[in-house]
Design a protein. Structure first.
Lengths: 107, 152
């Protein structure tokens, strides 16, 4: 099984991306996750199953509840996850370039 | 489209590499790192101290939108004009320990250059946290915006 391909297929779906974004801020139960979406509970369960299967989410039992956590190890391979970090540097370097081009003209 | 800025972060490593190509001669790129008034402009920070030499140190201070001041400082281990700066970087009053940065400035053509920024963190977990910070911040901001919208 090609895990990597599955990971990218998993995040191709907007609902699954939204689930990852939700869970990134805190671990949540399936019920709490489902309450954020207009779709049915079984649909959300199906998405959670796919995300867990390709190891983007981890389940952890806490008392009687099962909480979903981000599987950070795999998440960081995803470009989407690193993109905000890249964007910060890109913006900063664009500014540097612009300032230095102006500086070059004035020299 | 080719990305001008790239970030390479391999799984399970405590380092990362940022590369960027500039439409600038390498001398001008380097100057952006050593002239305090220019650093202030593109980094959006106040330069309290910047000693561009081996065994030198640096100290920057930024002010956020709420007026809070944040300090950053480090020491310079290696300095060779238009080629290389090796330095440490530490955010003051933060849980993050110092990181080691290797900056390499390469001439590509007379008018283009490349910067390679190799950053080494104390642990794999810390690197991952630093990389994910902007992502987490973006989430919090989106969340706050939503909250502001719904509480109107």
């Amino acid at each position: 099984m090609n895990l990597r391909r599955n990971v990218f297929q998993a995040i191709a779906d907007p609902t699954r991306r939204a689930i990852l974004l939700l869970v990134a801020s805190q671990a949540m139960t399936a019920g709490a996750i489902a309450s954020n979406f207009g779709t049915s509970r079984p649909t959300v369960s199906k998405h959670l199953h796919i995300l867990t299967e390709c190891e983007l989410l981890k389940q952890a039992q806490q008392g009687r509840e099962i909480y979903y956590h981000l599987h950070a190890q795999n998440m960081k391979e995803i470009a989407d996850f690193i993109e905000p970090f890249r964007k910060i540097w890109d913006d900063r370097f664009n500014k540097l370039e612009m300032i230095m081009k102006r500086h070059q003209l004035n020299e | 489209m080719e990305l001008k800025t790239r970030v390479y972060a391999e799984t399970g490593k405590q380092e990362l590499l940022i590369t960027r190509e500039f439409d600038l001669p390498v001398e001008l790129l380097f100057k952006a790192y050593v002239a305090p008034d220019i650093v202030e402009q593109w980094m959006g920070t106040k330069v309290l101290k910047l000693e561009n030499k081996k065994h030198g140190s640096w100290n920057f201070e930024t002010t956020d939108s709420k007026g809070n001041k944040h300090g950053f400082h480090g020491v310079i281990h290696e300095f060779s004009s238009n080629q290389k700066i090796t330095r440490t970087f530490e955010m003051e009053n933060s849980p993050f320990p110092a990181q080691l940065e290797f900056l390499e400035f390469d001439k590509l053509t007379a008018n283009t250059s490349q910067l390679r920024m190799h950053i080494v963190y104390r642990s794999v977990a810390l690197r991952d946290q630093m990389v994910q910070l902007p992502f987490a911040k973006g989430l919090t901001m989106a969340h706050n915006r939503l909250q502001a919208y719904f509480s109107r």
